[in-house]
Design a protein around this ligand. Structure first.
Ligand code: 5FU
Length: 280
């Protein structure tokens, strides 16, 4: 399993210009396998959270369609922060339509996701044409795609044979660099005949140190369970980091300071779990 290898040893498995390789290099430089998920609805809050945790993260995950006051300027400012603090951007768009439609959704519309998001993701429900549609837009730009092989939510239908089908599709399309998954799904499926085992990145949401769920189906595990015990590569943490900003009666400066503290805490926990995995 690639889980036994250091991140730096795995970078060469990916095309030199690909987002996946850039992400591994960033993880090594910053000693961070933490992706912050910033699910706030105001542009100013999004930028404030990102600025507060930027030194501690390798990746910033957005749901750009929840930002009520979205403008192109938000993207410009997010990109400036990415440059300044050395992180990549992952729009968690979860594409799920036919190839032709997802090409348009990825390239055009209000958000023009492909123009700024290094990594995005898709469901395999429509079949492999969705990968071709996204690759037509993203591959020339050096973008990379994750397939949702599993989800963190209770009762998810993405499991078993469906998850293995995602691994098979990933072997067939070099645009796919890995998976959203809860464990090393790529170890569950042998490579296609005549092909060597490939390196895939596993990015894992549903990570929290202080809570086991949110009452709406989200299920949290600790960085140690996710990275050391389950062999995943990147922890994705949302409310565990920016939660203070949602609390009534907390002064904004205090909330922002807490965001920084939590970012540091999850970065340390994620990296410790990775070091423990290598030492095992
Ligand atoms: F694909 C998935 C999944 O299986 N679970 C998730 O929670 C994505 N997510 C996203 O990760 C979800 O849409 C949120 O953006 C984020 C988790 O946020 P939390 O605040 O840490 O629960």
């Amino acid at each position: 399993s690639v889980a036994a290898l250091r991140y730096e040893a795995r970078a060469e498995a990916y095309a030199p210009a690909s987002a996946a390789r850039a992400l591994l290099a960033t993880m090594v430089r910053k000693r961070s396998n933490l992706c912050v998920s910033v699910d706030v609805t105001r542009a100013a809050d999004l930028l404030a959270v990102v600025a507060a945790v930027a030194p501690h993260v390798c990746l910033v995950k957005t749901h750009i369609d929840i930002v009520s006051d979205f403008s192109d300027d938000l993207v410009v400012q997010l990109q400036a922060l990415a440059q300044q603090h050395d992180f990549l951007i992952f729009e968690d768009r979860k594409f799920a339509d036919i190839g032709n439609t997802v090409s348009l959704q990825y390239a055009a519309g209000v958000h023009k996701i492909a123009s700024w998001s290094h990594i995005t993701n898709a469901h395999l429900v429509p079949g492999p044409g969705i990968i071709d549609g996204l690759a037509a837009v993203g591959e020339p730009l050096g973008r990379s795609l994750l397939l949702l092989a599993e989800m963190s939510s209770a009762g998810t239908l993405a499991r078993g044979e469906y998850s293995r089908e995602c691994v098979r599709a990933a072997y067939a399309h070099p645009f796919v660099c890995g998976f959203i998954a809860m464990h090393r799904v790529d170890d569950d499926e042998a490579p296609p005949a005549g092909q060597a085992k490939k390196d895939f990145l596993i990015l894992t949401p549903g990570v929290g140190l202080d809570s086991t769920g949110d009452g709406r189906g989200q299920q949290y595990r600790t960085p140690d369970e996710v990275v050391r015990a389950s062999g995943c590569d990147v922890i994705i943490v949302g409310r565990g980091i920016y939660g203070a900003l949602l609390k009534e009666g907390v002064a904004r400066a205090d909330a922002i300071a807490e965001v920084t503290r939590q970012g540091e805490r999850y970065r340390d926990a994620g990296w410790q779990a990775y070091e423990a995995r290598l030492g095992a």
